[in-house]
Write a protein that binds this ligand. Structure first.
Ligand SMILES: NC(=O)c1ccc[n+]([C@@H]2O[C@H](COP(=O)([O-])OP(=O)(O)OC[C@H]3O[C@@H](n4cnc5c(N)ncnc54)[C@H](OP(=O)(O)O)[C@@H]3O)[C@@H](O)[C@H]2O)c1
Length: 322
């Protein structure tokens, strides 16, 4: 099969397309012929910073496609089923071998591009707000990197839950689309001070819950912008900073701090996460939420696709189709 492989972690130009052996089907697994591959924030991080496994190494969490082989111990899937899969690596290829428990049926009216962009992003967004953030109706939240895949999913769930949403972006061009999703206040962090703006918007109280997928200075600002006894969630490090946070900032305001990794929830709380993703897929199929896809690239444009995904120009997901 053709695969987008990586011999050494680093910039997008390290990606290459090569012919590698087809994957074997595990008795508890399935083989998927991929139709769409999403480029998740975590894929960019894995490509840039590693660690990577033995060559030929195929990165990527999420893809959607059609099952072409089913393991001898799998009874809940058949050849021909349309599925989306979420796993630690292997999405950037024509064929993918995954455990059956890492795949979900795609509802009929969802495209492969949409499905490929759903599980990690939307389940993490939901966990940030509800499982760990305990968001109450009417509360005020701050979401850094709100125009990224994760940020837009958080914004949609929070809007439906009647939260007051404050989001940060680097570029004014993203503001009108965020307003359409229901983001109440948007801070262009390249122009305005995030903490001052949050104080102005909240009458110096601060937010109930701050969610930070960016890291570094953005995480410090999130803590600073949170109210007495508020909550801060660190869910990513899109800035690739070394994240040296001064924890006295948390003590001063009795702030609760949570780190979140969906993969840990998936391994410790498998059924909860599996059901959550199913529920989200059905809600997106019913048009309660939307997958925002900025650009779709061809398989032979993987380098360009990764370059665009980390250019900070995209609004939502960048997808590779096969
Ligand atoms: N813990 C988990 O389980 C989990 C699950 C999903 C994602 N994540 C993590 O969450 C982060 C965001 O994921 P995503 O899928 O939303 O990524 P994405 O779609 O690539 O979006 C990242 C956003 O971060 C913002 N950003 C701020 N500073 C940045 C910088 N220096 N470099 C690049 N982007 C910067 C960008 O918005 P502006 O340019 O407008 O500031 C961009 O929209 C990633 O670190 C990812 O690994 C973690």
């Amino acid at each position: 099969m053709q695969a987008i492989t990586l011999n050494e972690f680093g910039p997008p130009s390290n990606l290459q397309i090569e012919e590698i052996p087809d994957p074997q089907c595990h008795p508890k697994g399935i083989i998927i012929k991929n139709k769409a591959i999403s480029i998740e924030g975590g894929d960019l991080r894995a490509r840039a910073l590693g660690p990577i496994g033995e060559a030929p190494y195929v990165i990527g969490y999420q893809s959607a496609g059609i099952i072409i082989e089913v393991g001898s111990e799998v009874s809940n899937f058949s050849v021909g089923d349309r599925v989306v899969a979420m796993s630690g690596n292997g999405s950037h290829a024509e064929l993918r071998s995954v455990p059956a428990k890492a795949a979900w049926y795609m509802p009929e009216n969802i495209s492969f591009e949409e499905a490929a962009s759903i599980p990690v992003t939307f389940a993490t967004a939901h966990d940030c707000l509800f499982e760990f953030g305990h968001l109450d109706k009417g509360q005020t939240i701050l979401v850094n990197g709100i125009s990224g895949g994760l940020g837009i999913a958080i914004a949609q769930f929070a809007h439906r839950h009647k939260a007051h949403i404050i989001g940060t972006v680097s570029d004014e061009k993203k503001v009108s689309k965020l307003k359409e999703i229901g983001v109440n206040d948007i801070i262009v962090h390249t122009k305005n001070d995030v903490v001052d703006e949050v104080k102005r918007i909240t009458n110096s109280i601060g937010v109930d819950l701050a969610i930070d997928p960016v890291g570094g200075q953005a995480l410090e600002q999130a803590i600073d912008a949170t109210k007495y006894r508020g909550k801060v969630i660190s869910v990513g490090n899109a800035s690739r900073s070394d994240n040296q946070i001064d924890i006295t900032l948390l003590m001063k305001k009795n702030i609760s701090f949570n780190g979140i990794l969906l993969a840990s929830e998936q391994s410790k709380n498998f059924t909860r996460v599996y059901d959550l993703v199913n529920n989200i897929l059905n809600n997106i199929a019913s048009k309660n939420f939307k997958v925002y896809i900025d650009k779709v690239f061809n398989f032979n444009e993987a380098i360009k696709a990764h370059q665009y995904a980390e250019s900070r120009k995209a609004f939502g997901r960048v997808v590779i189709k096969i």
